[in-house]
Write a protein that binds this ligand. Structure first.
Ligand code: UDX
Ligand code: ADP
Length: 457
């Protein structure tokens, strides 16, 4: 087989594996890419005739339409796929461990280790194994130990962390700021890194420009992923910490952030105050960093990063406290319409969504809750299955009918353009809007008769 067309398999057809491999296949039409998963329902959805894919990402369907059946395949036959490939990307889930040592902080590596053992069992030749899931630093060493101990074949383990953000995954994949590949400094390591670099360069060098493909040692690559997410999460917590102070003093967080961000050393992105960060990565990665720092006796550093999470939790508690105060210190039996349940706009993903935390706190106060979201209702229903009496509406007007308050949690782009006069008419008075994303026209809402709350003003 020529060096240019080594086959690829990706284990794990989730938010990372699916979109990443779709774009890898698009930009490498001369390579066969197979995505496998133990979850048959997920694979069925990836293969569905009507392209009813298991995850929602703008632009994803078009890429899958272009490449599925051409050089991208989805399958549950992990054994066959591993046998026939030269390169294995591992994109299985690594949730925060909820038991035993490191509970609540460390990553649960059981899926990942099971995968390493499967690869070893089913391999029929040498392979490059690429970590794609977010993993604690030095996981590659463990993977290397499992794979290469008494092995018939040679396995070279690389780290290639994914930096895509949900909602913009396809754009991030097509035009990444950088691609990071960490590998060992052995001859086999260098050859494996070159192979993965050639995938990201794409056929004929048409994908990622050479200067954006960065190579490091394995540990640096693993730590960079945690560090990049921790720095981003830290910016969100910093701006949210300032938001509370703005509310207390009469400053406006959007004005403050605009001016801070005009400093080129700081830059304007990731300075939007809101309900706190959610998503599968930020909390998990910061907790991982905390655990790593603790493990190496760096207690002050561990405490520093812990504060990023504490500040985030506090932001959601603050939202409920402010509602409580504004709604005359009693929420029992009042109806609150939650606009948006996804952790951010343009995704149906609800993992670690601030809306989930807030809904649970409201439920404790016996609030009648209706939830509306254009994409996340199925996930919301699963997440909140243990709560009684929650109403789910795809239509925001129905969700708001008879409500005392609208609590906007996700900045879906349709929300500012809704007929707010119609919503006002249908609500109980006094009618409150709490816009935790500062995305609505507060002055216009006030003119209509709403009482309006914002974050950081
Ligand atoms: C993040 C990283 O951006 C990405 O590089 C990594 O690979 C995975 O984790 P993601 O979680 O998909 O991506 O979304 P992101 O856009 O980073 O937003 C994370 C959370 O922070 C969201 O809940 C978002 O609403 C919040 N956020 C973001 C803010 O509250 N304010 C901001 O200014 C930016
Ligand atoms: P991420 O956001 O990291 O992509 P997801 O939870 O969306 O995480 O996807 C991870 C996928 O990995 C899931 O679809 C899960 O079924 C799959 N998976 C977990 N363990 C294995 C395994 N041993 N073999 C194959 N697939 C696995």
């Amino acid at each position: 087989m020529s060096r240019m067309n080594k086959n690829i398999v990706c284990i794990g057809a989730g938010y990372i594996g699916g979109p990443t491999m779709a774009v890898v296949a698009k930009m490498n039409p001369d390579r066969k890419v197979v995505v496998v998963d133990i979850n048959a329902e997920r694979i069925k959805a990836w293969n569905s005739k009507g392209y009813d894919l298991p995850i929602y990402e703008p632009g994803l369907v078009d890429v899958v339409k272009e490449v599925r059946g051409r050089n991208l395949f989805f399958s549950t036959d992990i054994r066959k796929a591993v046998k026939e490939c030269d390169i294995v990307f591992v994109g299985v889930n690594t949730p925060t461990k909820m038991f035993g040592r490191g509970a609540g902080r460390a990553s649960d590596l059981q899926y990942w280790e099971a995968t390493a053992r499967e690869i070893k069992e089913w391999a029929t030749g040498d392979k490059i194994v690429v970590e794609k899931s977010t993993l604690p630093v030095r996981t590659a060493a463990a993977m290397d130990a499992i794979l290469n101990d008494h092995a018939k074949y040679g396995f070279t383990v690389l780290s290639n962390p994914e930096f895509l953000a949900e909602g913009t995954a396809i754009k991030d994949l097509l035009e990444p700021d950088r691609v990071l590949i960490g590998g060992p400094s052995t001859k086999a390591g260098a050859a494996a890194v070159a192979e993965i670099v050639s995938i990201y360069r794409g056929k004929g060098g048409r994908w990622v420009p050479a200067e954006k493909v960065l190579t490091t040692n394995v540990w640096s690559a693993e730590l960079t992923k945690l560090a990049a997410n921790a720095m981003l999460a830290q910016r969100v917590s910093s701006v949210n910490a300032l938001a509370g102070l703005c509310e207390a003093t009469g400053a406006d967080i959007d004005e403050v952030a605009r001016v801070i961000g005009a400093d080129r050393r700081i830059g304007p992105k990731f300075l939007k105050a809101g309900p706190g960060f959610g998503g599968s990565c930020f909390k998990k990665d910061v907790l991982n960093l905390v655990y790593l720092c603790e493990s190496f006796g760096l207690h002050t550093a561990a405490e520093y990063w812990s504060q990023v999470i504490k500040m985030n939790d506090h932001q959601q508690e603050r939202i409920v406290s402010r509602l409580f105060k504004e709604m005359f210190n009693t929420l029992a039996n009042k109806k609150i319409a939650v606009f948006g349940f996804a952790f951010k706009a343009d995704t149906g993903d609800t993992r670690e969504t601030p809306a989930g935390t807030v809904v649970r706190l409201l439920d404790e106060e016996h609030v009648r809750i209706s939830i509306t979201d254009p994409k996340a209702i199925p996930n919301a229903k699963k997440d909140l299955a243990d709560l009684q009496g929650i109403e789910y509406q795809t239509d925001p007007y129905k969700a708001a009918k008879g409500a005392d308050a609208v609590l906007l949690m996700t900045d879906w782009k349709d929300y500012p353009g809704l007929d707010w006069a119609k919503i006002f008419k249908s609500m109980r008075k006094p009618a409150l809007v709490f816009d935790t994303r500062n995305c609505l026209d507060a002055a216009a809402l006030r003119k209509l008769g709403f009482k309006v709350l914002n974050i950081g003003k």
